[in-house]
Design a protein around this ligand. Structure first.
Ligand code: C5P
Length: 230
């Protein structure tokens, strides 16, 4: 039987993946996987349990036992839950992002999270965002999008987002953190950040969000009509 359709959206931090993936999933009535949240949850749990970022065996064990949930109904709908605690805000901290990218460089840690991510492929379909959705996790995804933007624009967007949340941050520090994370994510040996060969690359630097969403939706619709999915 054919697998449920996957729309894979990859790209560096701050390129707009989260916003675009959420909106596209909503329009299609598909499930949503924010794979970065899984790496961030592992990062948070490792910090809470004082596990060294280089202790890959302890991290693999932790990954296997991680009690995480993304409830879509009930009192915690839309939140990220770790061991029954809502951690949606905590995992967004820059310390978690940096540590997530350190842990994500371990091939065996990535392997330990693979099946957990693939489990999100459920009918009627899935929109998955991350770094290796189209290259590794859902290498057979029907639609592959690679969203990018200049690092300056991405730092500005992150800065604006934090200000809106009432969190003060230095633009200069954000830019440096983003460059460090880009460097680690693109240079690692295991599943480095890069567009899949069959991905559509969209540079969002000067694009309005609605235009990006429309571009992705057009891709999905043309893939669905080619494959007879819709
Ligand atoms: O997307 P987000 O910023 O939440 O991801 C945090 C970190 O997790 C990334 O910098 C990256 O190192 C790692 N990650 C990954 N593969 C994914 C998603 C995230 O390596 N599919």
């Amino acid at each position: 039987m054919a697998q449920p359709m996957v729309v894979a959206i990859d790209g560096p931090g701050g390129a707009g993946k989260g916003t675009i993936a959420r909106e596209v999933a909503q329009r299609l009535g598909f499930h949503l996987l924010d794979s970065g949240a899984i790496y961030r949850l592992l990062a948070l749990a490792s910090l809470q349990q004082d596990i060294d970022a280089d202790d890959s065996q302890a991290l693999v064990d932790l990954a296997a036992s991680l009690d995480i949930a993304f409830p879509t109904q009930g009192p915690h709908a839309g939140e990220v839950v770790l061991d029954d605690q809502v951690v949606s805000q905590a995992i967004r901290a820059e310390t978690c992002g940096q540590r997530a990218s350190q842990l994500a460089a371990h091939g065996d840690v990535r392997q330990a999270l693979l099946e957990r991510q693939r489990g999100f492929r459920q009918p009627p379909g899935l929109v998955a965002d991350g770094r290796d959705m189209g290259t590794v996790v859902f290498f057979d995804a029907e639609v592959k999008i690679f969203l990018t933007a200049s690092v300056e624009e991405r730092a500005l967007r992150r800065h604006k987002q934090l200000m809106e949340q009432g969190v003060s941050a230095s633009l200069h520090d954000l830019l440096q953190d983003m460059q460090a994370r880009d460097e680690r994510d693109t240079q690692r040996a295991s599943a480095p950040l890069k567009p899949a060969e069959d991905a559509v690359i969209i540079d969002t630097t000067a694009m309005a969000i609605d235009t990006v969403i429309q571009t992705v939706m057009t891709r999905v619709q043309s893939s669905a009509s080619t494959n007879g999915d819709v």
